[in-house]
Design a binder for this molecule. Structure first.
Ligand code: SF4
Ligand code: SF4
Ligand code: SF4
Length: 290
Protein backbone atom coordinates (compact mmCIF):
# COMPACT_ATOMS: atom_id res chain seq x y z
CA UNK A 1 0.00 0.00 0.00
CA UNK A 2 1.56 3.26 -1.15
CA UNK A 3 1.90 6.12 1.32
CA UNK A 4 2.44 8.69 -1.44
CA UNK A 5 -0.25 11.34 -2.16
CA UNK A 6 -2.92 9.86 -4.43
CA UNK A 7 -3.46 11.45 -7.85
CA UNK A 8 -6.59 10.95 -9.93
CA UNK A 9 -7.37 12.22 -13.43
CA UNK A 10 -11.06 12.52 -14.33
CA UNK A 11 -12.68 13.17 -17.69
CA UNK A 12 -15.97 14.91 -18.47
CA UNK A 13 -17.00 16.31 -21.91
CA UNK A 14 -13.65 16.74 -23.64
CA UNK A 15 -11.33 15.40 -26.33
CA UNK A 16 -8.68 13.88 -23.97
CA UNK A 17 -6.02 16.27 -25.32
CA UNK A 18 -5.23 17.73 -21.91
CA UNK A 19 -4.81 14.28 -20.37
CA UNK A 20 -2.46 13.46 -23.23
CA UNK A 21 -0.33 16.43 -22.17
CA UNK A 22 0.33 14.57 -18.92
CA UNK A 23 1.10 11.34 -20.79
CA UNK A 24 3.39 13.24 -23.15
CA UNK A 25 5.47 14.44 -20.19
CA UNK A 26 7.54 11.33 -20.76
CA UNK A 27 10.79 12.57 -19.21
CA UNK A 28 9.03 13.93 -16.14
CA UNK A 29 6.43 11.18 -15.70
CA UNK A 30 8.83 8.88 -13.88
CA UNK A 31 9.68 11.64 -11.41
CA UNK A 32 5.96 12.31 -10.93
CA UNK A 33 5.39 8.60 -10.35
CA UNK A 34 8.07 8.72 -7.62
CA UNK A 35 6.31 11.64 -5.91
CA UNK A 36 2.66 10.66 -6.24
CA UNK A 37 0.72 7.46 -6.45
CA UNK A 38 -1.25 7.56 -9.71
CA UNK A 39 -4.39 5.96 -8.32
CA UNK A 40 -7.00 6.58 -11.00
CA UNK A 41 -6.05 7.59 -14.54
CA UNK A 42 -8.12 5.61 -17.06
CA UNK A 43 -6.20 7.05 -20.03
CA UNK A 44 -3.00 5.50 -18.65
CA UNK A 45 -4.03 2.37 -16.79
CA UNK A 46 -7.00 0.04 -16.39
CA UNK A 47 -6.17 -0.30 -12.67
CA UNK A 48 -8.53 2.23 -11.12
CA UNK A 49 -8.42 2.73 -7.38
CA UNK A 50 -11.36 4.19 -5.47
CA UNK A 51 -11.42 7.59 -3.71
CA UNK A 52 -10.37 9.47 -1.67
CA UNK A 53 -7.68 11.30 -3.66
CA UNK A 54 -5.23 14.01 -2.64
CA UNK A 55 -5.04 15.71 -6.04
CA UNK A 56 -7.68 15.31 -8.74
CA UNK A 57 -7.11 16.77 -12.19
CA UNK A 58 -10.39 17.34 -14.00
CA UNK A 59 -10.64 17.61 -17.78
CA UNK A 60 -13.88 18.49 -19.58
CA UNK A 61 -17.10 20.42 -19.06
CA UNK A 62 -20.47 19.58 -17.54
CA UNK A 63 -22.93 18.59 -20.27
CA UNK A 64 -25.17 15.90 -18.73
CA UNK A 65 -27.18 15.27 -15.58
CA UNK A 66 -24.82 12.42 -14.74
CA UNK A 67 -21.85 14.84 -15.02
CA UNK A 68 -23.49 17.10 -12.45
CA UNK A 69 -23.82 14.31 -9.93
CA UNK A 70 -20.34 12.91 -10.63
CA UNK A 71 -18.50 16.23 -10.18
CA UNK A 72 -20.16 16.85 -6.81
CA UNK A 73 -19.07 13.39 -5.61
CA UNK A 74 -15.57 13.86 -7.03
CA UNK A 75 -15.23 17.19 -5.23
CA UNK A 76 -16.11 15.63 -1.90
CA UNK A 77 -13.64 12.80 -2.63
CA UNK A 78 -10.71 15.15 -3.42
CA UNK A 79 -8.48 17.25 -1.19
CA UNK A 80 -7.39 19.45 -4.13
CA UNK A 81 -9.42 19.66 -7.31
CA UNK A 82 -7.63 21.23 -10.30
CA UNK A 83 -9.36 21.90 -13.60
CA UNK A 84 -7.25 21.49 -16.72
CA UNK A 85 -7.96 23.02 -20.11
CA UNK A 86 -10.49 25.24 -21.85
CA UNK A 87 -13.28 22.65 -21.56
CA UNK A 88 -13.00 22.41 -17.79
CA UNK A 89 -12.31 26.11 -17.14
CA UNK A 90 -14.66 27.76 -19.69
CA UNK A 91 -16.97 25.08 -21.11
CA UNK A 92 -14.79 24.44 -24.18
CA UNK A 93 -15.79 24.57 -27.83
CA UNK A 94 -18.95 22.66 -26.89
CA UNK A 95 -20.08 25.81 -25.02
CA UNK A 96 -21.01 27.29 -28.41
CA UNK A 97 -24.37 25.67 -27.64
CA UNK A 98 -24.78 28.24 -24.84
CA UNK A 99 -25.43 30.86 -27.53
CA UNK A 100 -27.59 28.75 -29.82
CA UNK A 101 -30.38 26.22 -29.91
CA UNK A 102 -28.92 22.98 -28.61
CA UNK A 103 -31.47 21.00 -30.62
CA UNK A 104 -30.12 22.47 -33.88
CA UNK A 105 -26.68 21.03 -33.09
CA UNK A 106 -28.16 17.64 -32.18
CA UNK A 107 -30.13 17.48 -35.43
CA UNK A 108 -27.09 18.54 -37.48
CA UNK A 109 -24.70 16.04 -35.91
CA UNK A 110 -26.68 12.91 -35.04
CA UNK A 111 -28.80 10.68 -37.23
CA UNK A 112 -30.95 9.84 -34.19
CA UNK A 113 -30.84 12.90 -31.89
CA UNK A 114 -33.62 11.36 -29.79
CA UNK A 115 -31.02 8.93 -28.40
CA UNK A 116 -28.85 11.76 -27.08
CA UNK A 117 -29.31 12.72 -23.45
CA UNK A 118 -27.52 15.95 -22.72
CA UNK A 119 -28.00 19.37 -21.20
CA UNK A 120 -28.74 22.41 -23.34
CA UNK A 121 -25.58 24.02 -21.96
CA UNK A 122 -21.90 23.27 -21.46
CA UNK A 123 -20.54 24.82 -18.28
CA UNK A 124 -17.16 24.93 -16.56
CA UNK A 125 -16.47 22.83 -13.48
CA UNK A 126 -16.25 25.95 -11.28
CA UNK A 127 -19.91 26.70 -12.04
CA UNK A 128 -20.81 23.55 -10.10
CA UNK A 129 -18.22 22.97 -7.37
CA UNK A 130 -15.32 24.75 -5.67
CA UNK A 131 -12.14 24.54 -7.73
CA UNK A 132 -8.74 24.98 -6.10
CA UNK A 133 -6.81 26.00 -9.21
CA UNK A 134 -7.58 26.44 -12.91
CA UNK A 135 -5.07 25.64 -15.62
CA UNK A 136 -5.91 27.15 -19.00
CA UNK A 137 -5.20 26.15 -22.58
CA UNK A 138 -6.47 23.94 -25.36
CA UNK A 139 -4.56 21.87 -24.64
CA UNK A 140 -2.80 22.86 -21.41
CA UNK A 141 0.93 23.49 -21.33
CA UNK A 142 3.10 20.67 -19.96
CA UNK A 143 5.37 22.96 -17.93
CA UNK A 144 2.43 24.64 -16.25
CA UNK A 145 0.91 21.26 -15.38
CA UNK A 146 4.17 20.07 -13.83
CA UNK A 147 4.44 23.35 -11.90
CA UNK A 148 0.93 22.83 -10.49
CA UNK A 149 1.61 19.25 -9.38
CA UNK A 150 5.03 20.12 -7.90
CA UNK A 151 3.62 23.17 -6.06
CA UNK A 152 0.76 21.23 -4.51
CA UNK A 153 3.18 18.53 -3.36
CA UNK A 154 5.43 21.23 -1.86
CA UNK A 155 2.44 22.84 -0.16
CA UNK A 156 2.38 26.19 -1.91
CA UNK A 157 0.10 27.83 -4.45
CA UNK A 158 1.10 27.18 -8.08
CA UNK A 159 2.65 30.13 -9.92
CA UNK A 160 1.49 30.58 -13.48
CA UNK A 161 1.85 33.57 -15.78
CA UNK A 162 -0.54 36.51 -15.53
CA UNK A 163 0.86 38.16 -18.68
CA UNK A 164 -0.87 38.33 -22.03
CA UNK A 165 0.55 36.46 -25.05
CA UNK A 166 2.10 39.65 -26.49
CA UNK A 167 4.72 39.72 -23.73
CA UNK A 168 6.35 36.32 -24.37
CA UNK A 169 5.80 36.98 -28.08
CA UNK A 170 7.96 40.12 -27.87
CA UNK A 171 10.55 38.42 -25.65
CA UNK A 172 11.09 35.60 -28.13
CA UNK A 173 11.65 38.15 -30.88
CA UNK A 174 8.70 37.18 -33.07
CA UNK A 175 7.74 39.71 -35.71
CA UNK A 176 4.15 40.80 -34.92
CA UNK A 177 1.76 39.17 -37.40
CA UNK A 178 -0.68 42.08 -37.05
CA UNK A 179 1.95 44.62 -38.08
CA UNK A 180 3.83 42.52 -40.62
CA UNK A 181 1.02 40.48 -42.22
CA UNK A 182 -2.15 42.39 -41.28
CA UNK A 183 -3.48 39.21 -39.61
CA UNK A 184 -5.92 39.33 -36.69
CA UNK A 185 -4.41 38.18 -33.38
CA UNK A 186 -5.94 37.74 -29.93
CA UNK A 187 -2.54 37.90 -28.22
CA UNK A 188 -3.20 41.27 -26.50
CA UNK A 189 -6.22 39.84 -24.61
CA UNK A 190 -5.15 36.22 -24.14
CA UNK A 191 -3.43 34.79 -21.09
CA UNK A 192 0.14 33.67 -21.67
CA UNK A 193 1.34 30.15 -20.93
CA UNK A 194 2.00 28.59 -24.31
CA UNK A 195 5.17 30.55 -25.07
CA UNK A 196 3.38 32.53 -27.82
CA UNK A 197 3.73 29.61 -30.15
CA UNK A 198 1.24 30.60 -32.88
CA UNK A 199 2.74 33.98 -33.85
CA UNK A 200 6.14 32.24 -33.94
CA UNK A 201 4.68 30.15 -36.78
CA UNK A 202 3.25 33.18 -38.60
CA UNK A 203 -0.33 32.92 -37.46
CA UNK A 204 -2.36 35.01 -35.06
CA UNK A 205 -3.23 33.78 -31.59
CA UNK A 206 -6.83 32.51 -31.50
CA UNK A 207 -7.16 32.74 -27.74
CA UNK A 208 -6.96 29.11 -26.64
CA UNK A 209 -5.63 30.09 -23.18
CA UNK A 210 -8.67 32.29 -22.55
CA UNK A 211 -8.83 35.91 -21.41
CA UNK A 212 -5.84 37.58 -19.77
CA UNK A 213 -6.34 39.68 -16.63
CA UNK A 214 -8.28 42.88 -17.36
CA UNK A 215 -8.25 42.54 -21.16
CA UNK A 216 -9.16 45.56 -23.28
CA UNK A 217 -11.85 43.78 -25.28
CA UNK A 218 -13.33 46.96 -26.71
CA UNK A 219 -9.98 48.12 -28.05
CA UNK A 220 -9.24 44.70 -29.46
CA UNK A 221 -12.55 44.20 -31.23
CA UNK A 222 -12.95 47.76 -32.57
CA UNK A 223 -9.33 48.66 -33.36
CA UNK A 224 -7.62 45.36 -34.03
CA UNK A 225 -10.19 42.88 -35.32
CA UNK A 226 -12.81 44.88 -37.16
CA UNK A 227 -10.43 46.68 -39.53
CA UNK A 228 -9.39 43.18 -40.66
CA UNK A 229 -12.69 41.29 -40.63
CA UNK A 230 -16.38 42.09 -40.44
CA UNK A 231 -18.31 42.00 -37.16
CA UNK A 232 -19.65 38.48 -37.53
CA UNK A 233 -16.17 37.17 -38.41
CA UNK A 234 -14.72 39.06 -35.43
CA UNK A 235 -17.36 37.50 -33.15
CA UNK A 236 -16.57 34.01 -34.46
CA UNK A 237 -12.84 34.63 -34.00
CA UNK A 238 -13.44 35.50 -30.34
CA UNK A 239 -15.91 32.72 -29.66
CA UNK A 240 -14.06 29.49 -30.26
CA UNK A 241 -12.44 27.39 -27.55
CA UNK A 242 -13.24 29.85 -24.77
CA UNK A 243 -16.52 31.29 -26.05
CA UNK A 244 -18.10 31.08 -22.60
CA UNK A 245 -15.17 32.70 -20.73
CA UNK A 246 -16.71 35.90 -19.31
CA UNK A 247 -14.76 38.51 -21.30
CA UNK A 248 -14.83 36.62 -24.62
CA UNK A 249 -18.50 35.81 -24.15
CA UNK A 250 -19.49 39.43 -23.53
CA UNK A 251 -17.33 40.79 -26.38
CA UNK A 252 -18.64 38.15 -28.80
CA UNK A 253 -22.25 38.89 -27.90
CA UNK A 254 -21.68 42.61 -28.40
CA UNK A 255 -20.25 41.98 -31.87
CA UNK A 256 -23.12 39.65 -32.83
CA UNK A 257 -25.54 42.34 -31.69
CA UNK A 258 -23.75 44.99 -33.77
CA UNK A 259 -23.78 42.60 -36.73
CA UNK A 260 -27.55 42.38 -36.45
CA UNK A 261 -27.44 38.68 -35.51
CA UNK A 262 -27.93 38.66 -31.73
CA UNK A 263 -26.88 35.45 -29.98
CA UNK A 264 -27.94 35.80 -26.35
CA UNK A 265 -26.86 33.36 -23.68
CA UNK A 266 -29.13 30.42 -22.95
CA UNK A 267 -31.79 31.72 -20.51
CA UNK A 268 -30.67 29.37 -17.73
CA UNK A 269 -27.21 31.00 -17.75
CA UNK A 270 -28.27 34.61 -17.31
CA UNK A 271 -29.43 35.46 -13.80
CA UNK A 272 -31.16 38.64 -14.93
CA UNK A 273 -32.13 40.13 -18.30
CA UNK A 274 -29.01 41.31 -20.09
CA UNK A 275 -26.67 39.53 -17.68
CA UNK A 276 -23.94 37.96 -19.78
CA UNK A 277 -21.43 37.08 -17.10
CA UNK A 278 -20.91 33.35 -16.68
CA UNK A 279 -20.07 33.88 -13.02
CA UNK A 280 -23.83 34.17 -12.73
CA UNK A 281 -24.16 30.76 -14.31
CA UNK A 282 -27.14 28.62 -13.47
CA UNK A 283 -27.02 24.87 -13.52
CA UNK A 284 -28.00 24.41 -17.16
CA UNK A 285 -31.43 23.48 -18.45
CA UNK A 286 -31.99 19.92 -19.46
CA UNK A 287 -33.32 19.12 -22.87
CA UNK A 288 -33.64 15.44 -22.10
CA UNK A 289 -33.84 13.79 -18.72
CA UNK A 290 -31.52 10.89 -18.02
S1 SF4 B 1 -9.24 21.91 -23.54
FE1 SF4 B 1 -8.86 21.37 -25.70
S2 SF4 B 1 -7.28 19.76 -25.63
FE2 SF4 B 1 -8.17 19.95 -23.55
S3 SF4 B 1 -9.78 18.40 -23.49
FE3 SF4 B 1 -10.75 20.34 -24.11
S4 SF4 B 1 -10.72 20.30 -26.37
FE4 SF4 B 1 -9.29 18.75 -25.66
S1 SF4 C 1 1.79 38.74 -33.02
FE1 SF4 C 1 0.00 38.83 -31.66
S2 SF4 C 1 0.82 38.18 -29.69
FE2 SF4 C 1 2.59 38.76 -30.92
S3 SF4 C 1 2.93 40.93 -30.44
FE3 SF4 C 1 1.61 40.86 -32.26
S4 SF4 C 1 -0.48 41.03 -31.41
FE4 SF4 C 1 0.87 40.42 -29.71
S1 SF4 D 1 -0.62 31.59 -29.28
FE1 SF4 D 1 -2.74 31.74 -28.60
S2 SF4 D 1 -3.84 30.17 -29.76
FE2 SF4 D 1 -1.65 29.74 -29.97
S3 SF4 D 1 -1.26 28.23 -28.35
FE3 SF4 D 1 -0.84 30.28 -27.50
S4 SF4 D 1 -2.74 30.95 -26.51
FE4 SF4 D 1 -3.23 29.23 -27.87
Amino acid sequence: MSTLPKLAVAKFASCDGCQLTLLHAEDELLAIADAVHIANFAEASSRLEPAPYDITLVEGSITTQKDRRRIVKLRSDSKYLITIGACATAGGIQALRNFADHQDFLRAVYARPDYIQSLATSTPIAAHVKVDFELRGCPIDKSQLLEVIASLLAGHRPRTSSECVCQPCKRRGTVCVVVANNQPCLGPVTQAGCGAVCPAFDRGCYGCFGPAAQPNMLGLSDRLLQPRMDRAQSARFLQTFNSYAPEFSAAGQRLWQLAGQPKPLHPSLASSPGDTHPAAVGQGKETTEE
